[in-house]
Design a protein around this ligand. Structure first.
Ligand code: TXA
Ligand code: MG
Length: 332
């Protein structure tokens, strides 16, 4: 698979592949997606096979038009309309009632379907020219960090995908917020750039994300699986603990890496792999790319600064970081 700078010819080729039941990787504003024709069960099966994704973890269907939205769901409640008007195209996925035409494999057997309209010119153009909804999980192997750079898609999926459209680095860098609108009140199933406060400003009561067994196993099956785990050990460090963390991990003999906010880290004894970010948005945009780069640099222990959850993308970032740190402890 070679990345293709997405001109008109590349889009035409991508459309040909989707029509034939093949897979195409494409950029969105959140992360790169691995797309297939949503209405083709064999193409959907190919996604699960390539990602080695557990069959009980449903996919998000991407649409570019209102007609396409109507082909995916039987019911668009007024609250959904309000949210679409406020946040689409954008990083908000809505869980709605599934139309019978959507293959059950897309929704992992649930009677609901997750749908979003991505805010990326290439993604929208691809779906427009294809003329049908595109089912697309993140373009990584199951359990790994999502790719936010084209070279990381290639590293994750190799020759398993015929074409990857190159849109450069993704603007947001974390997966979309998932909101269940079949629950009353609506409930956040995955945290992302659209925060509960932003949702409440539009629709009133919204239940924030919780990690109850309920949410993980029933409402969002994807959350019970191992996630965001690079092939290295992720250790969270509170800002005030940096000097001590660097000193003690330096004695471990392992190759260290560091991801921090610019101000926090003292100069002496710094690890050779380092990424520093000024804001939580910069942090979010480059976190998964830093995971991939740290792996490639042979980092064994990656020290990552714990961020305040109240700040912008802080809560969404901390959710990914805690899972990445736990995945290692579970023996990945
Ligand atoms: O930003 C994104 O959402 C990216 C880009 C490519 O659009 N896609 C993405 O897809 O992150 P994926 O497959 O990696 O994550 C889909 C999430 C999983 O947590 C899954 O459990 C949840 O959405 N999901 C999908 N359908 C669902 C449904 N019917 N009910 C509840 N959760 C659902
Ligand atoms: Mg994913």
């Amino acid at each position: 698979m070679t990345p293709t700078v997405a001109g008109a010819e590349a889009i035409r080729e991508a459309v040909r592949i989707l029509r034939a039941g093949g897979l195409v990787a494409f950029p969105t504003e959140t992360v790169y997606g691995l797309g297939a024709r949503a209405f083709n069960p064999e193409a959907i099966a190919r996604i699960f096979a390539v990602k080695r994704r557990p069959l009980d973890n449903p996919l998000i269907v991407h649409v570019a038009t209102d007609d396409q939205l109507h082909s995916v769901t039987t019911d668009i409640p007024p609250v959904a309309r309000k949210l679409m008007a406020a946040f689409w195209p954008g990083p908000l996925t809505l869980v709605l009632r599934r139309a019978p035409e959507i293959p059950t494999a897309v929704s992992a057997g649930l009677d609901t379907v997750a749908v979003r309209m991505p805010d990326h010119p290439l993604a929208l153009r691809l779906i427009h020219e294809f003329g049908e909804p595109v089912a697309a999980p993140s373009a990584n192997r199951s359990g790994r960090p999502s790719p936010t750079r084209v070279e990381h898609v290639v590293r994750e999926l190799g020759d398993a995908v015929a074409l990857v459209l190159d849109g450069g680095p993704c603007r947001i860098g974390l997966e979309s917020t998932v909101l269940d609108l079949t629950a009353d009140p609506p409930r956040v199933l995955r945290q992302g750039a659209i925060t509960p406060q932003m949702l409440r400003a539009v629709v009133g009561l919204v239940l924030p994300f919780t990690r109850t067994a309920d949410a993980e196993s029933v409402h969002s099956p994807g959350l019970k699986h191992r996630h965001y785990a690079p092939d290295l050990r992720v250790v969270l460090v509170s800002p005030e603990d940096w000097p001590q963390a660097i000193a003690s991990w330096s004695r471990s003999g392992q190759r260290l890496g560091l991801i921090a906010r610019t101000a926090a880290v003292p100069a002496p004894g710094r690890p050779s792999f380092e990424r520093r970010f000024d804001t939580t948005s910069d942090f979010a945009r480059s976190l998964f790319a830093a995971f991939h780069d740290a792996e490639a640099a042979g980092v064994q222990v990656l020290l990552v600064e714990a961020l305040p959850r109240e700040e912008g993308l802080g809560a969404a970032i901390m959710d990914r970081l805690e899972r990445a740190a736990t995945a290692h402890m579970e023996g990945r």
